[in-house]
Every structure is written in C-alpha cells, then in structure tokens.
Design a protein around this ligand. Structure first.
Ligand code: AMP
Length: 421
C-alpha cells in the first residue's frame, strides 16, 4: 500500500530544505537586530482561543480549522494563526504585567483547511513579530519596517505596502452603519458570502476579491474619513513615522484584514511575483484582544508573513541559492587496516566541528570511493591503503584541483585540522 503525505502538507528536503534554512536564519538575524525575542506556543490550543479572538464569523474559524477531540469532549484546534495563541500565552504568564513595551517573534507551522494551490497550503509556516504594551503609532511603523526589511534584505522590491485604519470600538460602529446604508441598495449584487457578512461584518465586504463586490464598494465611504479624534491622531502620526522609517507605502481604504481583533492600523504586503495568491504578509494593531482572555486591555501590534510565499518570491527573483551542506573531508579507506585507522579519526574531527564523512562499506574500490567524494561535494578526499600505511603516509586529494599531497600518518589529525583554517 502506498501512503502519501496529507494533501496540502509538504515534505521539505534537499535543495529546497537548504533554501529554507538560509531564509530561516536570515529571518532570525533580522528579528534579533530589531531586538525581538523568540516565543513558541503549542501546536494545539483550545478552540476558544481562536473563536473568541479571530472571530466566529471569519473564514478561519467557520471553515478552516482542524479540530481534534481531547478525551472525547474538549475541542482542540491545530493553530491556524499565531497572534491568538501568543496573547493567550502572554496573559497566562502575565508577561504584560511589567507595563513595559516588549518585542517577540515566532516562527511556527500553521494549519488551515483550505483548497490547496500554489502558495496556499494546509500546513504552512508563518514568521511573525508582535510588540505588546506600546500604544504608540511608532510601534505600528516599526512592525511594518521589520516586515519591509525582510523583503529588502533579499533584494526584493516588487511588492506594495498597503495601509489603512479600521478605527476603534468608539468610531467603528457608526462607520459600519454608514457603510451598510451605502451598500444596502446594491445588496443583491453582492456575492453570497458578502450578503451573509452584510449585517455583522460589513467591513469585510471591502476586501472581497469578487469583481461585483468590488464594484459595489468602489466609491464607498472610507473609514479613514470617519475616525474619532484619537484614531485620527494615531493614524496621521503613524503615516509620518512610516515615512520617517523610509518605508514606501500606499493608503488603501479596502485593507480591513479578515480577522475580528484589529483596531486602528491594518496593513498588507502584496506582490505580483506570487501569482494568484498575492498576499505576502500582513497584520495590524489589536489593542482590545486581551479582554477576550479575561485580562485588562493592553496594547499590541504585529505582523505575520507566509514562508512559502516568501520562498516563491525569492525563486521568482532567483534571489537565493541553495547552500548545500558538504563535508570538508571524505575518508576513503582501502582495506581493513585503513578502515580501523580512519574510523576513530573521523569521529575526532566531527567532534572538533569539522564535517567529515567516511565510507563504511569495506568492499568498495577506489573508483566508487572517488565518485562518492565527488557526489558529496567534499573539499578533500583522504585515501589510505595498505601501501600508504606501510610507508606511514596518507594521501589527501583536493577534489577541485585534483592535487594530491602526502600527509604523515602519525600526525594526521593535526595536519587535517590545519587544512580547515
Ligand atoms: P493571514 O493571517 O491570513 O493574513 O496570513 C498571513 C500570511 O500568511 C499571508 O499573507 C500569507 O503569506 C500566508 N498564508 C495565509 N494562509 C496561507 C496558506 N493557506 N498557505 C500558505 N500561506 C498562507
């Protein structure tokens, strides 16, 4: 019986894995240079973590969550996004109690039951960053600058940063009513989904990608023109800070983000390099989210980017090379005696941090051994046979130049170590 991986969930290996590792280490470097600390939360969370925060009526909660029954009764969910579990963890460990701004990043697999296609998977990976306890608009600008830095650092410039404000619980209700009044005469032209969204989540009609719905809201009133005084102040300082941080952006009144928990700043990064799934990443401010975990409010702002989509963009630009792991030394023993000499030495070198591989099969000839050294892209091959042992020598072959030199068998470890400096 053939058994395959679950649809929409991929194995990573070979050159692709090499590229991932390179990108992952760059992401960690960027997070560290912006002073963010890593946090890891469990893959499984209680259902309420998402239904109370992301929102009962969002696609994620309504249709896309993988649920697991714990002891037959309690519903657990495979994490579909990062922020809700992050806030659950902050509140549980009272990390917000210091009252000081704190910066975190995460790099975690996410699970959503969506129809798989290029750039859309059922298990995918997000790298995200969050700042808690800082209500300043400059924190919003910083978060966007971190995301911007990711693409910049890889030399990608073909993307747009779209920003908007979705207001706060003070000004949003009146705007929602205004928007509904505007849409109501054309309610019948909306897609089925948007008709359902009309009563409770009319803002989400603004970011529906269907042409009819886009037509209906094209000239709709804009949230940014109906913000309360505080949100207005926040938004204009945010826009200035973003310019001062040298991030190029456009204001887009239709960026509302799918999730319920956003307040004020909302943003998305999109790119034509991706094809149909153009969203590279996005995020926003979520000041009220903590009350949904029974905690006092504290401010928060963050982003999440999709790793798979970042890799698609990098491949489209050919901006990253696979960086295969090759051994420095490949030990090629010819005969029993050579094998017994080289086996312990290979471990001595590995323990000193020098990648060293050795052929364990004892019936292979020189030709086969050299082919292996070549295939593994080893820097040097070390050849040892009975003759060499008799003369107290070993042959070191530089695989690139094919030059050979004789090394003294009695000081072999130190001679090989000198080759690595
Ligand atoms: P979201 O939380 O839906 O805004 O997702 C943030 C980012 O994660 C998106 O901009 C995408 O880059 C990525 N993403 C979301 N859903 C998927 C998916 N099913 N497969 C791959 N990447 C995804």
């Amino acid at each position: 019986m053939e058994i395959h991986a679950v649809r929409g969930m991929h194995d990573l290996f070979g050159e692709e894995m090499d590229r991932w590792r390179t990108v992952e280490s760059r992401l960690r470097e960027i997070a560290t240079s912006f002073s963010y600390q890593e946090i890891r939360t469990p893959v499984l969370e209680k259902m309420e973590v998402f239904s109370h925060t992301v929102g009962d009526e969002t696609d994620i909660v309504e249709k896309q969550m993988y649920t697991v029954l714990n002891e037959g009764t309690e519903k657990l969910v495979l994490r579909p996004e990062g922020t809700a579990g992050f806030i659950r963890s902050v509140v549980e460990h009272q990390l917000q109690q210091t009252g000081h701004p704190q910066r975190f990043y995460y790099y975690l697999p996410m699970f959503r039951h969506e129809r798989p296609q290029k750039g859309r998977l059922r298990q995918f990976h997000q790298f995200g960053a969050e700042i808690i306890n800082d209500p300043s608009p400059e924190a919003d600008a910083e978060i966007i600058a971190v995301l911007d830095q990711v693409y910049r650092s890889f030399g990608i410039s073909e993307y747009e940063v779209r920003v908007n404000s979705v207001g706060c619980p003070e000004c949003r209700p009146a705007y929602k009513e205004l928007l509904k009044e505007y849409i109501r005469p054309n309610l019948d032209s909306l897609c089925g989904e948007c008709q359902k969204r009309f009563e409770r989540s009319p803002l989400r009609i603004l970011d529906c990608k269907k042409p009819n719905c886009q037509g209906v809201v094209q000239s709709a009133p804009r949230m940014v023109n109906h913000l309360c005084v505080n949100c207005q102040g926040h938004h204009s300082t945010f826009l200035h800070a973003l310019s001062a941080a040298h991030v190029k952006f456009t204001e887009d009144p239709n960026i509302v983000r799918g999730l319920d928990y956003y307040t004020r700043t909302a943003f998305e990064f999109t790119s034509d390099l991706l094809g149909a799934q153009s969203a590279l990443g996005g995020g926003g401010r979520y000041d009220g989210i903590s009350t949904r975990f029974g905690a006092k409010t504290f401010p928060g702002v963050g982003f999440a980017l999709g790793m798979e989509r970042l890799l698609i963009a990098l491949e489209a630009k050919q901006a990253i090379q696979a960086n295969p792991q090759s051994p420095v030394f490949y030990f090629a023993p010819l005969g029993e005696a050579a094998y017994h000499r080289l086996f312990p030495l290979s471990f001595a070198l590995k323990r000193r941090g020098v990648p060293t591989l050795m052929a364990y099969e004892k019936d292979k000839g020189l030709k086969w051994l050299m082919k292996q050294a070549d295939r593994l892209n080893a820097k040097y091959a070390l050849l040892l046979g009975d003759d060499e042992i008799k003369h107290g020598k070993a042959i070191l072959k530089d695989m690139k130049t094919s030059e050979q030199e004789m090394l003294d068998l009695h000081h072999l470890e130190e001679s090989l170590m000198r080759k690595t400096t």
